[in-house]
Design a protein around this ligand. Structure first.
Ligand code: M6R
Length: 615
């Protein structure tokens, strides 16, 4: 949560920092602020609201010149979103200026101490405490900013990515990270600081990703010095060449990132299996699995930990792993797993799924699993993210940057990777017949093209959305492999349209939720002609008898559900285990169109942020 960005060099910092904040806005968007320094004067502007509000306020209020600047876009943790609580925060002397992503958990006790020593606080934030703590260290110990930051951070408990400068020494910015990401873009005589590389991609392809527990002093014209915060030891920074390009982080001709990302799914899935799936030869290549094959084959069970949409992908994986590879799987919310003293042994494999690779709960679950001796395998999208580094081995999804807060292509590419793993293990274990194995591989290769066909239903789905946009509640039903898809469909609707929605296994209706059905209740039923088709048709009949409005997701050419349902959305046929990759598409489009018709902010829904780096 929260995006931070900074610049020090020879260009005007303002346009770089502003554009950077716009690109990082997916990380949090309830308030924003920028501080600029032009060798004489500190210019600070902050406001409740989005980066667009900041731009308007700032360009009316302050002169934007200056070759040093830092900016912040916030997802509030301590203190309501308002102008005062917005970052940057300034120390009591007016010299130190800080931006912070994370939480200082012991801020109250630190604050009490500082108040005793005469410090005054204007905001409710933990960050204002941190900047004054650094100032206090400078005064007490007579040290430079870098050292003071180090001493102060060693007194804190919590998580942070910070950037801080001293207006009395405007040739350096000090940065540090623990638990929240921080990248330093290395240019010619100029440096960029950001939560991810997107703010500086048009200026440099070279970046240093700080590791947890590292800090850096970034000096104008003089380079970057990285050290460990705990023991002060110097670190030789690894300068990584970025693979990102501008096109990937722009909306191009789409109205929203979410729509662009829905439409990117065919190519994203091809990218996911490129070089891994050799259908003709009947081979699946995945280094992370090949290197640990014995461990997987001998595992007592696989425990999947994840949050939100990634957790739903984990549920699909449970069906796929157990059905194809006959390995017992349990799927846990990372936030529950981390606190419930789970029984984990060294012959368990913990599989962590995360798009961002930064989710705090998932990270904590991984650390706990490792402490208990489990081997942890990660499925992440963001290359080099904290989770991808913390896990013992892993596989990237290669979906490309996902910027819309509602996860779409991350979900289908996670399912693709997990299906590849399940098939690979099934083959190695001999739990799948040769014919079935080859059939799955060949079918998996056709999925992108089938998704393209499903996307052609867009206009029809928009018409359905128009009919149900004013619904107060909505139910999503599915069975077997498509039960997690029902959960995901409901989550999509909730998070971007704010309509209450629930997903259920279709057969559970009769145990309670059927009481909700009346003529006002739209029920989206995934009823493809596979698995428990006849049973789902019976469930549809039960809803129909109670006047519920039925939207059926059906296989092309289906007639039984068409006769019963108020609307049907057709999708191409595929093997049962692969249906989630296709049935998900109409549900994504349905929630997208409903949210657009309701005038909601699709890419930045209220109260949410893309990567949840707080617990
Ligand atoms: O980055 P992660 O996959 O770890 O994120 C997990 C959830 O926060 C995320 O999937 C969230 O539920 C999405 N907004 C859902 O669309």
């Amino acid at each position: 949560m929260c995006g931070i960005v900074g610049y020090i060099g020879y260009r005007d910092a303002y346009p770089i920092v502003l554009k950077g904040l716009q690109r990082l806005e997916y990380r949090g968007y309830d308030s924003a602020g920028i501080a600029l320094f032009d060798d004489k004067e500190l210019k600070l502007c902050k406001t409740k609201g989005k980066v667009a509000d900041l731009k308007e306020k700032l360009e009316n209020e302050i002169d934007t010149s200056g070759t040093l600047g830092i900016g912040h876009t916030r997802w509030a943790t301590h203190g309501v979103p308002n102008d005062v609580n917005s970052h940057p925060h300034v120390s009591n002397s007016g010299n130190l200026v800080i931006i912070h992503n994370g939480i200082i958990e012991n801020y109250e006790s630190l604050k009490k101490e500082l108040i005793k020593r005469g410090y005054k606080f204007h905001s409710d934030t933990d960050t204002e405490v941190l900047v004054n703590l650094i100032e206090d260290v400078i005064k007490k110990e007579d040290v430079k900013l870098g050292k003071a930051v180090q001493i102060a951070l060693n007194q804190t408990i919590g998580a942070y990515a910070i950037a801080v400068f001293d207006k009395a020494k405007p040739n350096e910015i000090v940065v540090a990270r623990l638990g929240s990401p921080l990248a330093i873009g290395v240019g010619e005589d100029e440096y960029f600081i950001a939560s991810d590389a997107s703010p500086f991609i048009e200026f440099t392809n070279n970046a240093i990703y700080l590791e947890d527990g590292e800090m850096a002093v970034v000096r104008r014209n003089k380079g970057v010095k990285v050290r460990k915060i705990k023991d002060d030891s110097l670190v030789d920074p690894y300068i990584q060449e970025l693979q990102l390009n501008l096109e990937q982080i722009e909306k191009n001709n789409f109205d929203h990132f979410m729509l662009k990302e829905i439409y990117e799914q065919p190519s994203a899935i091809r990218d996911t299996y490129r070089g891994r799936l050799l259908a003709e030869e009947g081979i699946i290549r995945m280094a992370g699995i090949d290197d640990n094959l014995e461990r997987f084959l001998n595992a007592r069970r696989i425990v999947i930990v994840a949050c939100g949409t990634s957790w739903h992908a984990g549920l699909v994986a449970e069906y796929v792993f157990e059905d194809l590879a006959r390995i017992p799987v349990e799927v846990e919310y990372a936030s529950e797993f981390r606190y419930r003293n789970p029984i984990i042994n060294s012959d368990d494999i913990v599989l962590a799924i995360s798009q961002s690779g930064e989710t705090a709960d998932t990270m904590a679950a991984i650390k706990l699993a490792k402490e208990k001796g489990a081997f942890v395998f990660g499925v992440c999208n963001v290359v080099g993210s904290s989770i991808s580094r913390e896990t013992n081995a892993g596989a990237y999804t290669h979906a490309g940057p996902e910027i819309g807060v509602a996860s779409t292509k991350a979900f289908t590419t996670q399912i693709t990777v997990l299906t590849l793993i399940a098939l690979k293990l099934a083959k190695a274990k001999g739990s799948i017949s040769n014919t079935d194995y080859h059939m799955h591989l060949q079918e998996l290769e056709t999925i992108p093209q089938k998704i393209e066909v499903a996307l052609k239903q867009n206009d029809h789905i928009k018409e359905v959305a128009l009919k149900y946009k004013d619904a107060r509640n909505c139910l999503y039903l599915g069975r077997g492999f498509n039960f997690p898809v029902a959960l995901e469909g409901a989550l999509k609707l909730k998070e971007i349209s704010y309509i209450h929605a629930e997903g259920y296994p279709a057969a559970e209706m009769k145990h309670g939720p059927i009481a909700l059905i009346d003529e006002e209740m739209p029920v989206v039923v995934i009823a493809t002609r596979k698995g428990h088709y006849e049973k789902v048709v019976s469930n549809i009949q039960e809803i129909k008898s109670r006047q519920g409005k039925i939207i059926g997701i059906v296989t092309e050419g289906d007639t039984s559900v068409r006769d019963l349902a108020d609307h049907v959305i057709e999708v191409p046929d595929t093997i049962e285990a692969l249906t989630p990759l296709i049935t998900t598409i109409p549900l994504q489009l349905l929630s997208y169109h409903i949210a657009v018709l309701l005038g909601k902010d699709v890419d930045q829904p209220r109260n949410l942020a893309k990567s949840v780096t707080v617990e």
